[in-house]
Design a protein around this ligand. Sequence first.
Ligand SMILES: [Zn+2]
Length: 239
Amino acid sequence: MFSERYERQVLLPEVGEAGQRKLLASSALVVGCGGLASTLLYCLCGMGVGRIGFCDGDTVSLSNLNRQFLHGVADIGRNKAASAYEKLSAFAPELTLEPYDVSLTDENARRIISRYDVVLLAVDSIASRRVVNRACIAENIPLIDGGINGLNGTLLTVRPHETACLACLFGEAIPPAGKIPSFSPVVSVLSAMQAQTAANLLLGLPNPTDGRLLLFDGSSLTTDFIPISRRTGCPVCGR
Ligand SMILES: [Zn+2]
């Protein structure tokens, strides 16, 4: 009853026909169309999430291409969401793909985010994370954050008002100055884990990063988990 496209994953007991129907009826927003989004967006399309939004106000540059496989040399200077739309609509034309050629701000974030079941953060700035975190808490929409620094990656799911939010995690941390080192294998592993996390949420499966920060170490190929508690008096999710 489904497109042959999904026949291999319908075989999974964790998916099945009912799960595939859920995925096709679901929606996800990916914030950022760079390195993390490259693998992440292809995974979301591959699994058949029916409506997928993605936003980025930035343009492609040559220094992006060590890890941002959504884009090619011919895309340099183009808006990243527009470039992503071209690739993804060729890959999965049966899905509803919604590009936004803007960065999320306190002015537009809630309006855009409120249209989706889950939000995935695929950005490299703490300031952008804070904007999206505030909007997701206000709209009560689950958030999956992925972060990269060199050979290390982090992943945390935020269930608004149930588990720690990103403001609980970051506190008053000042973003590091300068360019963040990034290496494509680690970026791709981490973003594939974000996609699996989205599947866990959308299919109602157990989710190991609810309230636990996953740490991935690319040099040893190991993962670890650190419990993260909600912070009393958090200015974003505190009561
Ligand atoms: Zn909080």
